[in-house]
Design a protein around this ligand. Structure first.
Ligand code: UT7
Length: 367
């Protein structure tokens, strides 16, 4: 049975920065309150022409560059997003097209902020089963378009950005070692975005009632998160007969500094073993774990051979954790340039659209 290694990683955030002081001009809040209660100082906000697919593609290209893998070699693309571009088509298909990943099956996975862990686990399982060799997992968000900028309970928290992993099959031991996935739909009401689905299709009433905004019972989500995070880490370690002493790093979902502190206390681990960047990006939902991982790698914190745990929680309710032995890219003689496939991708997409148009024209004439 092959092992599923994480061989590439990348992140991309939009340039515009929104500070706590900027938010204090919109709602009754202040920098000190936000920093004390959440640890957040600033977050990134997507520009008008940026979308989950475009941010996701930037992160994916960087991940493919690290892995030294051409987009055409991908067998599978899973995109986790809490702010997908549309209900359908999937954001994963838009990413597949923009990358020119011509042979990859692509689909979205919805598990809110835990989505990236669930998606990475699904990709790893597909590799472990032997059915595929190369997968891309993307977590990407433009949550700023679903935030009610008049609601101080939520608008201080969220930010935009994307992160991606490439997973590849290898006979060498390592990579994704174990994972746990949990859900509890009885807590579905605690964190919602109700409008635009089939229960509340978009209408003047849904807009008037603010159903197209994120709504959250912050205290409830806080209690849930602090209850499940530490336990999920232990649960993922148990089948491997590992303890927290065997870990070099924990990469938690970046929602609130105080939630991470509580998890550290529960696990009796020093906070400096936790990768934390919530101060600079806020909560980027599905993108927060790959962004934090990619930054920790860039900064030389996570190294090859390290054993790390990724742990997250979110709406659903959902939560999960994953133990990974970090290996990095598979050594290769040939050097590929994934970024150069973009031009090919654009051309390929144009040609396919043109063929579809011409086929449609002639088949209409035949009818
Ligand atoms: O990916 C998962 C996404 N969600 C989360 O992880 C959220 C988890 N929850 C949280 O992070 C915290 O619950 C919040 C940061 C949202 C809120 O912090 P809190 O310590 O639970 O505050 P609170 O809701 O208990 O509010 C305390 C006070 C209230 O005033 P009163 O009733 O005590 O007079 C709020 O009205 O703080 C007030 N408040 C604010 N004040 C200034 C709430 N939001 C703000 C604000 N600025 N932005």
């Amino acid at each position: 049975m092959p092992f599923a290694h994480i061989t590439g990683w990348g992140m991309h955030v939009p340039e515009p920065v929104l500070t706590n002081n900027d938010i204090a001009k919109m709602v009754e809040t202040n920098d000190e309150w936000i920093r004390d209660r959440t640890g957040i100082r600033e977050r990134r906000i997507a520009r008008e022409h940026e979308f989950p697919s475009t941010l996701g593609v930037e992160a994916a290209i960087k991940a493919l560059q690290v892995a030294n893998l051409a987009p055409t070699e991908l067998d599978l693309i899973i995109c986790a997003s809490s702010s997908p571009e549309y209900i359908f088509p999937s954001t994963a298909c838009l990413i597949q097209d923009q990358l020119g990943a011509s042979k990859a099956g692509a689909f979205d996975l919805q598990a809110a902020c835990t989505g990236f862990i669930f998606a990475t686990n699904m990709a790893a399982q597909a590799i472990r089963s032997g059915s595929i060799r190369n997968a891309l997992v993307v977590g990407t968000e433009v949550l700023s378009r679903f935030v009610n900028w008049k609601d101080r309970n939520t608008c201080i928290l969220f930010g935009d950005g994307a992160g991606a992993f490439v997973l590849q099959a290898s006979d060498s031991p390592g990579g994704v070692l174990s994972a746990v996935m949990h859900s509890d739909g009885s807590g579905a009401d605690s964190l919602t975005l109700l409008g635009g689905g089939s229960r509340y299709p978009a209408s003047e009433t849904t807009i008037h009632e603010g159903k197209h905004f994120i709504q959250m019972d912050g205290k409830e989500v806080f209690r849930f998160a602090t209850r499940v995070m530490g336990r999920a880490v232990i649960e993922a370690l148990e089948p491997l007969k590992m303890t927290t002493n065997d870990l070099q790093w924990i990469v938690p979902h970046q929602a609130n500094y105080r939630i991470i502190e509580t998890a550290a206390r529960y696990l009796k681990m020093p906070l400096d073993k936790f990768v934390i960047n919530v101060d600079r990006y806020g909560n980027t939902s599905t993108a927060s774990i790959p962004i934090a991982t990619a930054e920790a790698l860039q900064q030389g914190k996570i190294k090859s051979g390290d054993k790390i745990v990724l742990v997250g929680f979110g709406a659903g309710l959902t939560w999960g954790a994953m133990v990974v032995e970090w290996t990095g890219p598979i050594p290769a003689k040939k050097h590929v340039h994934p970024e150069q496939y973009r031009r090919f991708a654009r051309l390929r997409s144009f040609v396919r659209r043109a063929i579809r148009y011409i086929e449609g024209f002639f088949s209409r004439r035949e009818l």
